[in-house]
Design a binder for this molecule. Structure first.
Ligand code: UDP
Length: 329
């Protein structure tokens, strides 16, 4: 049987790079693509010398082509932290809409199966708890998160239309908060924010009163769920996340205990439309994929903390990656 070929967009990002690792390990020929705005080449440097990996520096919001056959496309290119999509709102909208359209066209041309990275953000600030795939969500289209949430909702609609109208094989992963090595230290997300603050000897900033909840999934579990979903025959959205829910206050206490910092928590304003609760109902993933997370938060946080500790000290004080400052609209 000939070697399977897969295109992974957002390859230099947090999730994209871990997916590249996984598919390389499974023996696929992996084509990574990234415009390096929020991703960083250091995440995939180790793959560059391999015979079954190649990298294209390209923005998928523009026409996409790759030579040769393609069996699968994973569309993981998008800014994914609230700070990022506030800074680059137009590009966030474009990569979820135009980028997805370009890749669906490529999937048609290559007769490839396409999986999109959707998100728990399609549920907005949810009024149903835990969130099942049947819940339609509570999203403010014109709020600060609207550019991401609506791009992702459009992305799902477009992907489903290609499935029903063109018969394209598609998969939709609704990804809940995921963490692990290679998150950007200064991307504003709560986990790198807290760990970065602890390592710099600063107080931990809790937004609001800290009673809002999230449910954090370790990256290896997330990658396993996505891998199984791609190879399944289920075209409808599937939640992939860890249902172990925690308040942000409790989370801060866990980071303080883990890092041994003698700093305290300080409270600042809650950003507009910040979801008050989030927990995936993963019954579908369990039934359809035989999947559930295996890595406990204690275990996952330790690995992630060790990763952040191993980074060169100057990264702790960098505001952003250099490439990020050069973004264009
Ligand atoms: N958060 C916080 N302090 C920070 C960064 C984030 O309290 O320094 C809160 C944020 O308001 C949200 C939660 O942590 O309620 C998760 O935020 P994150 O940006 O990681 O992801 P998302 O809101 O997209 O789930």
């Amino acid at each position: 049987m000939s070697q399977k070929r897969i295109l992974i967009t957002g390859a230099a990002g947090f999730l994209g790079s871990h997916l590249c690792d996984r598919f390389v390990k499974e023996g696929y020929y992996v084509i990574g693509m990234d415009n390096l705005i929020t991703g960083h080449i250091s995440n995939i440097e180790h793959l560059m010398p391999l015979k079954n990996f190649e990298f294209y520096h390209h923005d998928v919001s523009n026409f996409v082509n790759v030579p040769g056959k393609l069996d699968y496309i994973l569309h993981f290119a998008s800014p994914a932290s609230p700070i990022d999509y506030l800074k680059i709102p137009i590009q966030t909208l474009k990569v979820g809409s135009l980028g997805t359209h370009n890749l669906l066209g490529l999937a048609m041309a290559k007769k490839a199966r396409m999986l999109i990275a959707s998100t728990s953000e399609v549920y907005g600030d949810p009024l149903v708890h835990p969130q099942t795939e049947e819940y339609y969500g509570n999203v403010n289209p014109v709020g600060p998160r609207g550019v991401y949430d609506e791009a992702k909702r459009f992305q799902e609609a477009m992907t489903m239309a290609y499935h029903t109208y063109h018969g394209l094989e598609t998969r939709i992963a609704r990804i809940f908060n995921t963490y692990g090595p290679r998150m950007r230290l200064n991307d504003g997300r709560v986990l790198p924010a807290f760990i970065g603050q602890a390592l710099r000897g600063e107080n931990l900033t809790i937004f609001g009163d800290g009673s809002q909840t999230r449910s954090f999934c370790y990256v290896d579990d997330q990658v396993e769920g996505i891998y199984r979903l791609l190879l399944s025959d289920h075209a409808y959205p599937v939640n992939i996340g860890n249902p172990d829910e925690i308040t942000i206050s409790q989370f801060a206490e866990e980071i303080i205990a883990l890092t041994g910092t003698n700093q305290k928590v300080i409270y600042t304003d809650l950003p507009q439309d910040d979801p008050m609760q989030r927990q995936p109902d993963i019954s579908k993933a369990k039934d359809i994929l035989g999947w559930q997370p295996k890595v406990s938060r204690t275990e996952g946080l330790k690995i992630t903390y060790d990763y952040f500790r191993s980074l060169p000290k100057e990264q702790l004080y960098k505001k952003e990656h250099k490439s990020f400052e050069n973004y264009q609209r």
